[in-house]
Design a protein around this ligand. Structure first.
Ligand code: NAD
Ligand code: USQ
Length: 398
């Protein structure tokens, strides 16, 4: 298939682009490298030394003979995006190109606004470009499990059968997102469902859980292909953060009681899920929702697992309970359905001691790049004007 990956320089996007290219698809990428600039703004850098895009693509070509074409630009620029769609004529567009950090969106007004403008406008531009230039193309959009929040009932895959005053309907599952970022995803979901309804766009909205890991078969081929591995308080996700903290014996930063339960997925399953969605496209006018995660854990369970594996390799780390900087339930019911991707053939990699071992190994391997000043949370949901202690900006390599 001809597949366009928006946000292909990012964590999920880079791994996906290589996986799809290896599988024989004709892959192109669009990205404006804004994520590398946000790292620069925050004074943070990925644990792993990611290379500039030109070097990444050259290494991939040299190793595999496969060519991935690159378009540098901002998808909030409609002219740029429509040009790419017309040139590439994709059969599927995988849309990762958003600001994806909840803490970033909660820093202050400016960051909340820029997050929602970037995400909502980019997705709207894409819907209009597909309608005009590629009406049969399948949109595979990365949404998030956090759109649902943590309701006290089972979470369905996108839609729920409701009986009300003697009548029944299949309706979108209620959304209770927990940050301005998560809200941007809800706005996207509504815009996508509406475009499917009025224009007959085909869409799959993947409500993905928290991703962990960094190595995939493809990114492991050479250090020039290495993927990002964020551990800072703004972009680092919880399990990746705990592994990096353990590598330097920093107490694991559990927020509050640690009973927050979320769905988690190995990055090797992320890339497979994307391919599965592309290979069996939604019908014209259909807006499918798949919950894309494989296991659910509490934050405290993850902390204990990392603690135990670290101890086996001589790293004794404490588990700290910090006051929760977020407004979220610290203990709650959570049971989210996730069978649709398994029905399409997903065979999950489950979080095991051996995987934690390898995450810890990578963290130890690059421990000279770890800045422990990036561990403690500085963005508090209760404040509308967070003053972050500015770490020294690091050079943005593009
Ligand atoms: P990332 O920040 O690593 O990558 C996003 C990429 O998109 C970056 O390379 C960035 O430069 C690019 N981008 C952002 N705005 C753009 C714009 N306007 N124009 C062009 N390029 C732009 O993020 P990620 O972790 O790879 O996440 C990818 C997607 O998956 C996001 O939509 C995120 O919400 C979703 N998701 C991620 C996770 C996770 O744990 N990482 C979990 C669930 C869902
Ligand atoms: N947490 C800690 N300690 C930490 C970091 C986080 O206890 O050091 C807790 C948070 O309070 C939260 C949970 O761990 O309860 C998950 O936080 P996270 O930062 O790992 O993930 P989150 O903010 O939810 O966002 C990430 C991605 C986002 C994606 C989302 C999927 O950054 O792009 O949408 O996971 S989901 O959580 O399902 O919405």
């Amino acid at each position: 298939m001809r597949i366009l990956v928006l946000g292909g320089d990012g964590y999920c996007g880079w791994a996906t682009a290589l996986y799809l290219s290896k599988k024989g698809h004709a892959v192109s990428i669009a990205d404006n490298y804004v994520r590398r600039q946000w790292d620069h703004e925050l004074g943070a850098q990925t644990l792993t030394p990611i290379r500039p895009m030109a070097q990444r693509l050259a290494a991939w070509r040299d190793l595999t003979g496969e060519e991935i074409s690159m378009h540098v630009g901002d998808i909030t620029d409609h002219e740029f995006l429509s040009g790419v769609i017309q040139e590439e004529r994709p059969e599927a567009v995988v849309h990762f190109a958003e600001q994806r950090s909840a803490p970033y969106s909660m820093i202050d007004r400016k960051h909340a606004v820029s997050t929602q403008v970037n995400n909502v406008v980019g997705t709207l531009n894409l819907l209009f470009a597909l309608k005009e230039f590629a009406p049969d193309c399948h949109l595979v959009k990365l949404g998030t499990m956090g759109e649902y929040g943590t309701p006290n009932i089972d979470i369905e895959e996108g839609y729920i059968n409701i009986e009300h005053n003697g009548r029944r309907d299949l309706l979108p599952f209620p959304k209770q997102p927990g940050s301005f970022y998560h809200l941007s995803k809800v706005h996207d979901s509504h815009n996508i469902a509406f475009a499917c309804r009025i224009w007959g766009i085909r869409a799959t909205d993947l409500h993905q859980g928290v991703v962990y890991g960094t190595l995939t078969e493809e990114t492991a081929l050479s250090e020039a292909l290495i993927n990002r591995f964020d551990y800072d308080e703004v972009f680092g996700t919880v399990l990746n953060r705990f592994c990096v903290q353990a590598a330097v014996k920093h107490p694991l930063t559990v927020y509050g009681k640690g009973g927050q339960t979320r769905g988690y997925i190995d990055i090797r399953d992320t890339v497979r899920c994307i391919e599965l969605a592309c290979l069996s496209p939604a019908g014209r006018g259909e807006c499918r929702v798949f919950n894309q995660f494989t296991e659910q854990f509490t934050v405290l369970q993850l902390a204990h697992m990392v603690h135990d594996v670290a101890r086996k390799v001589g790293l004794n780390v404490a588990i700290d309970h910090l006051p929760d900087p977020r407004v979220e339930l610290e203990e709650h019911y959570y049971n989210a359905k996730h069978s649709k991707l398994a029905d399409l053939g997903l065979q999950p990699h489950l979080l095991s001691d051996s995987l934690l071992d390898s995450l810890l190994n990578i963290s130890v391997q690059y421990s000279d790049r770890i800045d422990a000043g990036l561990f403690m949370p500085q963005v508090n949901w209760r404040s509308h004007r967070n003053e972050r202690k500015q770490a020294a900006p690091v050079a943005a390599a593009v």
